[in-house]
Structures are given as C-alpha cells and as structure tokens.
Design a protein around this ligand. Structure first.
Ligand code: ZN
Length: 95
C-alpha cells in the first residue's frame, strides 16, 4: 500500500511538527497540490499528522510555511525525499 510505503520512508514522522505517530494518526500530504498540477509520485508526497494537516487547512504550502516557523524548519529538515525541483520552487516562494 502506497500510504504505508510513504510513512515508512518518512519514518512515521510528520514533516511539519517532526513528531512520530502511528499510521492511524498520519495522512499523506501533496507538496504541490493536485489542483495546481501536482502528481502522485513519491517525490510529491510527504507524511503529515492529522493535527498539522488541520492546521495547514487549505493554505498553500508556501503560505503555511511562511506563517509557521517551526513547520518551516522541520519541513526542510525532514522532507528530504521531495523532488529537488519542487523544493527549489518552494524555496523561491519563501524568499
Ligand atoms: Zn505534525
């Protein structure tokens, strides 16, 4: 199952708060949203806990990371499997 593979890859750690959770408390988050052309490839998917997912809401990832400094630090520390192209665009949006 793809979800579990992504959780496993990310060591069951939410990329936003940096805490580890059991799989029932985790969700998959698209870095580039589907509506903005993001696909379902592994490099566009990260592990997020329910709490952070709710906190992020419908904000764009760059808006969320701009507003939440801790999440921003954790994201760039833990989301190491995200495609470099996507990370580059994100860093540009945050400048
Ligand atoms: Zn979290």
């Amino acid at each position: 199952m793809k979800r579990l593979r992504i959780f496993e890859r990310d060591a069951y750690r939410c990329v936003y708060c940096g805490q580890q959770f059991p799989s029932e408390e985790l969700t998959i988050d698209h870095v580039e949203p589907r509506v903005r052309g993001g696909d379902r490839s592994d490099g566009n998917l990260v592990t997020a806990c329910m709490g952070c997912n709710t906190l992020k809401g419908h904000r764009r990832l760059s808006d969320f990371l701009l507003a939440e400094e801790v999440a921003r630090t954790n994201f760039f520390r833990y989301a190491v499997h995200v495609w470099p192209r996507i990370l580059r665009v994100l860093r540009e949006d945050l400048e």
